[in-house]
Design a protein. Structure first.
Length: 270
């Protein structure tokens, strides 16, 4: 069995490592239900960049430490120090936005493995991922209206990409907690899995992703995101160039050979 590879982290509250072809980013403050500090927000882009630069990484999983929470929001205890006025709030929100953008724009498939509370900023983190897999009994909420704060525009944008507007308004207007059955009905999560099977299911999903051609996945992710964001005005030239790169790749030749030889292809992302 290969030894997991650890990535240097700017903060001990974010743990990053790769096991095989899967990179893991763990929010590690279980005593605070993994509430995110300013330092953690600032560190996320650096760690996502490290995953992107590692050719061995085929999929990225975000998870929370412990068994109580994925991420129970931003650390509100820091708000007096870091969001005391509009200027400080703007700096804080810029780091928020940078973290969400890094996850959202990661060129590799991203999965939020949700076990327990997924609240506020935790919801925004999960929504920035390509997929969300939740355990039975997990809880979702955006309680911004109970705190009197404005939710990041990027978070609102991502929410509307995932759930219909009427559900997004229900989430915000009520600020209540939703269970996994409701989250699944709203399309907020892809799958709901028994807690003791959550990690195994996620690992199997990552293995399926890792077995496919990285250039094809990258082109598909770029195209789906671009078409979803601007259905009438996406950059067709750029997306067609990515498609052409797939057909010109060594992986395409390998895929054809493997099909003819009735074996599993070995893709290398080139």
């Amino acid at each position: 069995m290969a030894t997991p590879h650890a990535y240097p982290s700017p903060t001990p509250d974010l743990v990053a490592h790769r096991d095989g072809n899967t990179a893991w980013l763990t929010f590690s403050r279980p005593e605070r239900m993994n509430a995110v500090t300013l330092e953690m927000w600032a560190a996320i882009p650096e760690l996502i960049d490290a995953f992107e630069k590692d050719d061995a990484v085929r999929a990225v999983v975000l998870k929370g430490a412990g068994d109580r929470a994925f991420v129970a929001g931003a650390d509100i205890s820091q708000f007096g120090e870091n969001r005391d006025n509009a200027e400080q709030a703007a700096d804080y929100e810029s780091k928020n936005a940078g973290a969400f953008a890094a996850i959202r724009d990661c060129v590799k498939p991203t999965i939020a493995m949700i076990n327990g509370y997924c609240i506020g900023g935790g919801m925004a983190i999960a929504l920035s991922c390509d997929m969300r897999i939740a355990s039975v009994g997990s809880t979702f909420a955006i309680p911004a209206a109970k705190l009197g704060l404005a939710y990041p525009l990027e978070g609102l944008q991502q929410l509307l990409k995932v759930v219909p507007a009427a559900f997004a308004k229900e989430i915000f207007y009520t600020a209540r907690q939703f269970d996994t059955a409701e989250a699944l009905a709203m399309n907020l999560v892809n799958r709901v899995i028994e807690q003791d099977q959550l990690e195994a299911f996620t690992l199997d999903l990552c293995a399926q992703i890792a077995g496919n051609a990285p250039l094809t996945l990258r082109a598909a992710k770029s195209a789906l995101d671009a078409i979803g964001a601007k259905p009438e005005s996406f950059d067709r030239v750029a997306l067609k160039a990515m498609s052409k790169a797939c057909f010109d790749s060594e992986d395409y030749a390998e895929g054809r050979r493997a099909f003819l030889e009735k074996r599993k292809p070995e893709f290398h992302g080139r």
